[in-house]
Design a binder for this molecule. Structure first.
Ligand code: SAH
Length: 217
């Protein structure tokens, strides 16, 4: 659909391609879902830059090319059931909903979760469930998951998330200090978990029982 941001959106997709995102389903989903609709009005002019954008509550919407990398590395399939930790503004949630069967997303800040739910409802995206809570303990009710995306950086890989990964399932999670992390790919092979580093990154802190301790967690 044509809108005033169409040119900027196409340009962003070009930048994502230059930065290594080649999965056409992923690129198409970033075209279908309009990032500006998830970004607060005052920040909307930055919506199509390949950069994190403040969304309030000291949180940021993640960098699009990094989100695209997550989805490409996880090799998502239309049959997949996916867990997202850190709904934030809900943009990534909406993109994921185009690529997989069901998205379960956990967000610790109620107001962000409520806003994300509203946006998704406006867009009539109906294959997403959102829970307000601590995503470091996962969402056991719907486990196991074919893929888990953690959108905040923690000191270690939370054990419950490993346990909620399906056989052959993959998880991407930033692990390191509060200010600098390595994006780790964790793959379940039976009772074993293979880990490898994908890239360096900087995410907001993962707060919670198996994350950093912090206000409200
Ligand atoms: N994908 C989101 C990323 C938002 S930033 C987007 O692009 O908008 C990371 C989010 O993780 C923040 O909203 C933060 O509140 C949330 N978060 C941090 N620790 C969490 C936890 N333990 N459980 C659930 N959400 C958490």
């Amino acid at each position: 659909m044509t809108d005033r941001y169409e040119g900027q959106r196409r340009a962003l997709i070009g930048v994502m391609q230059q930065r290594g995102i080649r999965d056409l389903n992923v690129l198409r989903a970033f075209d279908t879902i309009h990032r500006h609709e998830f970004i607060p009005e005052s920040m909307r002019h930055q919506a199509y830059q390949d950069a994190p954008v403040p969304i309030g509550f000291q949180q940021t919407a993640s960098q699009p090319s990094l989100q695209g990398l997550y989805m490409q590395v996880l090799d998502l399939k239309p049959t997949h059931k996916v867990l997202e930790v850190g709904t934030g503004c809900g943009f990534q949630t909406a993109v994921l909903a185009q690529l997989v069967d069901r998205v379960y997303s956990v967000e610790r800040i109620r107001e962000l979760a409520v806003r994300a739910r509203e946006r998704l409802d406006e867009l009539r995206i109906s294959n997403v469930a959102i829970l307000v809570g601590d995503g470091t303990i996962g969402w056991s009710r719907y486990a196991p998951y074919d893929a888990i995306l953690v959108a905040a950086g923690g000191p270690e890989v939370p054990r419950p998330l490993m346990e909620q990964l399906a056989e052959g399932g993959r998880m991407l999670i930033p692990v390191g200090s509060r200010t600098m992390q390595r994006l780790m790919l964790v793959e379940r092979k039976g009772d074993a978990f293979e880990q490898r580093e994908v890239t360096e990154c900087t995410f907001v802190p993962l707060l919670g029982r198996f994350g950093w301790s912090g206000e409200g967690s």
